[in-house]
Design a protein around this ligand. Sequence first.
Ligand code: LLP
Length: 424
Amino acid sequence: MFKNYFFYRDKELFCENVPIKELAKEVGTPFYLYSKKAIEDKIKSYKEAFKNYPTLICYAAKSNSNLTLLKIFQKNGFGLDTVSGGEIYKGILAGFEASKIVYAGVGKTDEEIKYAINLGILSFNVESEQEVDVIDYLAGKLGKKANISIRVNPDVNPKTHPYISTGLRKSKFGIDIDEALKVYKKAVKRKNLNVLGVHCHIGSQILDISPYREAVEKVANLVFQLKKDGIELEYFDIGGGLGIKYKPEDIPPEPKDLADLILPIVKETGLKLILEPGRSLIGEAGALITQVIFTKNKKDKHFIIVDSGMNDLIRPSVYNAYHHILSVERKDKKVVADIVGPICETGDFLALDREIDDVKRGEYLAVLSAGAYGSSMSSNYNVRPRAMEILVDGDKFFIIKEREDYDYLINKELKPYCFVKDNL
Ligand code: LLP
C-alpha cells in the first residue's frame, strides 16, 4: 500500500513535515507541491517489482517534466519516455543518457527526428509506415543509423476514459497489429535503421489491469511470428498507463500486480522489457495548493472561488476527472459547493457539487493527485502566469519552478510588438 505523504496533524494539513498553511503564507498561491518521499516510494515499488527481469523503466516525461523531478528519476537509473523534441531536450539537460530515451508520437517533425537521431536515442517508437520511410531517409542524410521500434495498436479496450484510451483500432496511435508484420519486413530492409523492438501503449489511468494481459499476449504473438520470419528483436515496450487513487475509495493496482500479470508472457519472448509509467510515479506525489478568493451563494448553489482553475489543472474540465480536495485547516462544518477557478469559462471548475469543509475567504485548499498532468498541461489562458512548483523533502522545501510573472508572459511578444506597432 502506498503511504500517504499528505496528511493531517491535528487539524492542519502537512506534506511530509512541512505545514502547508505556513508554506502558502510564505510563498503565496497557487503552487504545485510534491513530496520527494512519495516519489521515491513509487520508484522503489517499480524497481522491486521488476528487479528479477531485465527491465528499463522509462519515466513518461509528459506526466510532469519539471527538471528537478526528472533529475530524481535520472538519478535512480530510470530511462525517459518522450513525445517531443522539447521533452528530449529537457531530459538531456536533466542528465538522461540518450541511450535511455525512447521517443513516441504520431507527429514527429523532421527537425525533431534529426535532433533525436543525432543524439543517438535508444528508440523511436514509430507510429506509421510513412514515419519509417522518413526516419530512414533522414538518418541516411545524417550518415547515421536510427534505432526503431514499431508501435503496434493491439486493439484492446483499456476500460478507461475514451480520451485516454490509445490502443483501440480507431485511435490515431500506432500501426494496426495485423499490418505490423508487413511494416517490419519493410523496415528491416532499410539500411539506415536498426529495428530493435516492439512497442504498445493501451491507455492511461488503468485500474483493472486485465487488458494488459490481452495486449501483451497479442504483441507476444507478433514477436513469435517475427522470429519465424527471421526478424529478431531486443525490446518489448509495453508503455505506461497504471492508474492511481483519485477518489478515496479507489484501489489502484501496484507495479507488482502488473509484473505478476505480464512477466510470464514477456519472458517467453526472451526480450528485454521497457515500461513507460508516468502518472503512477508522480500523480499521487503532488497536490495543487490554492487559496479561496471569494465564496458566494446563488439561489441553489454555493460557490467556492479559488485562485487556481483549468489553467493549472485542466483534468476536471477536459475529462470530468475527480480530484479529491482537502481544506488545509480541517473544519467541522461541511458545505456542498462548486469549487471553481477565476477563468472566464463555465467549464472552469475543480469540483462540482462537492461536499467539502466550509472554507472562507483567505483559507487554503489542497487538490490531491495533481502531480501528473497538472503542471504539464497548464496554460497561460486569460494571461495568468503559471504556478510555482515546490518539492518537499522532510521538513525542508525547495522551489523547483518559480512563479511566472507578467514580464515573462510578454517576453516573446514585446520585441515584435515594438517593431510592428511603429510600422502599422
Ligand atoms: N507512454 C505513452 C506512449 C503514452 O502515450 C503515455 C500517456 C504514457 C506512456 C504514460 O502514461 P501514464 O503512465 O501516465 O498513464 N492527460 C491525460 C493522460 C494522457 C496520457 C497520454 N499518454 C490525463 O490527464 O489523464
